[in-house]
Design a protein around this ligand. Structure first.
Ligand SMILES: *[C@@H]1O[C@H](CO)[C@@H](O)[C@H](O)[C@H]1NC(C)=O
Ligand SMILES: *[C@@H]1O[C@H](CO)[C@@H](O)[C@H](O)[C@H]1NC(C)=O
Length: 422
């Protein structure tokens, strides 16, 4: 009897200890890092256009002289609003490579890989921030605040983000974060997600720890109230605000088309947008939603559904304007180039389970309590001229951030707690 009780007790403790430790460390960190600069008005804090580094400063960059097709020059000042569970890690790798190649200045967080998410973004959270300082790229996870971000970037900066079908996003978020959302711990049964959607009100509480991962996560990431009902006027107002703020909204379901529009907007080359899918879950851990569950997920995430439908519609208007045939050709070319890179770089031709990864360098970050995220092994024999690009394309987000000089002590501490206690 007492043995069983003891074991139960231990199990509960095992669940709680990491959270207590984590909350303590975060609190300490907050106290140490209270913003040093109180906002002194937009004018004084903002980055003057002529101060921003332009590509002409980057000595390594050689303008393509023979490709007369595009007369524009590559855009180097932009914000990528990285949303959760939307293939945004793959985009980040592309942006890291571009920024590194052109020696651009990233506005990075300090101590961790996000800007104190889920707290709203403040420019004082940026590593080495000084009022008036200019950056080229802002791209780490944050809870969006346009005014704060705009203080870091020249006024000609472009704003880009990515959204995903809210039913699939909900499934992904539910699966990835459920061990970090205490609200889900009491859900009984084989399929917690279905049980939750059958009666969300029984489990959900808007003020509970990490509850935003369970409802309208896109809306939350964009800085809005994620508990608004879809027909609330503030939802449409929020969507219109985003449509005005962002120059391009990518759609995860149409990833290649999205990258082509991105390349067009930023005047980049196909080379710049080559990619391997990063941070992908093993397919056995992805549950296919049946039509009924899907419709419940969309209803539960009604604000995100409205947002997604709006931007899906405007996305296809953009594709029409770009040219459907031209888009088809570009997508085919991108696929072909990606396949070539895969053959050049990747051992075995595809992603493998974490246990089969030979190098820590390519080991991706895993969710709490499991190893469901796949990674890649790099080929051992690679033509030296491709070695660098292969390595960069395969490097997961945290390792790449370290390479770019970001200190990740808080993220690493959290990772250590996570791996030690689960
Ligand atoms: C870039 O070059 C311009 C002049 O060409 C200079 O005024 C500016 O300070 C340079 N910026 C940086 C970040 O080096
Ligand atoms: C997105 O737009 C495309 C093109 O209009 C359409 O075929 C597709 O069904 C839309 N997706 C959703 C989820 O509304």
């Amino acid at each position: 009897m007492s043995n069983i009780k003891g074991r139960k007790c231990k199990a509960v403790l095992r669940k709680l200890i990491p959270w207590i430790l984590l909350i303590n460390t975060v609190l300490i960190f907050y106290c140490l890092k209270t913003p040093r600069h109180k906002s002194r008005g937009i004018q004084e804090d903002s980055c003057p256009l002529n101060m921003a580094k332009s590509l002409k400063n980057a000595s390594v960059f050689i303008f393509p002289s023979s490709t007369t097709e595009n007369e524009c020059s590559p855009k180097v000042n932009f914000m990528f609003m990285k949303t959760h569970k939307t293939a945004s890690s793959t985009i980040l790798n592309i942006l890291f490579r571009f920024g590194e190649k052109h020696k651009l200045k990233f506005a990075f967080p300090d101590g961790r890989n996000d800007f104190f998410y889920p707290s709203p973004f403040q420019c004082s959270q940026v590593k080495d921030y000084q009022p008036g300082e200019c950056f080229n790229i802002v791209c780490n996870h944050m809870r969006f605040d346009h005014q704060e971000v705009s203080k870091l970037l020249p006024t000609d900066a472009l704003y880009v983000t990515i959204v995903r079908d809210p039913a699939d996003l909900f499934e992904s978020s539910f699966h990835y974060y459920h061990r970090a959302i205490p609200l889900t711990w009491s859900i009984k049964g084989e399929n917690k997600l279905v049980a939750f959607l059958n009666n969300p009100q029984a489990y959900y509480d808007p003020i509970a720890f990490n509850s935003f991962y369970l409802k309208n996560l896109l809306f939350f990431d964009f800085g809005f109230d994620n508990n608004l009902e879809a027909d609330d006027l503030r939802v449409m107002r929020g969507i219109r605000y985003l449509a005005k703020t962002f120059h391009l909204v990518l759609i995860a379901e149409y990833f290649e088309e999205s990258l082509i529009l991105l390349k067009d907007l930023l005047c980049w080359t196909t080379e710049d947008i080559l990619y391997f899918k990063l941070n992908v879950r093993r397919s056995s851990s992805v549950s296919q939603l049946d039509p009924e569950t899907r419709s419940k997920a969309l209803q539960w995430n009604g604000a995100d559904w409205k947002l997604y439908q709006h931007f899906n519609a405007t996305f296809w208007e953009r594709v029409d304007a770009y040219g459907t045939e031209r888009m088809k050709q570009e997508v085919n070319q991108l696929r072909k180039r990606n396949a070539e890179m895969k053959a050049i770089c990747i051992e075995g031709g595809g992603a493998v389970e974490a246990q089969k990864l030979q190098s820590r360098r390519f080991q991706p970050w895993q969710p709490v309590g499991e190893k469901s995220i796949l990674g890649y092994n790099m080929k051992k024999e690679i033509d030296p001229k491709f070695r660098k690009i292969c390595e960069k394309m395969l490097t997961p987000e945290l390792q790449y951030l370290s390479d770019l000089g970001v200190n990740l002590w808080l993220t690493r501490l959290y990772g250590w707690l996570k791996d030690t206690f689960y």
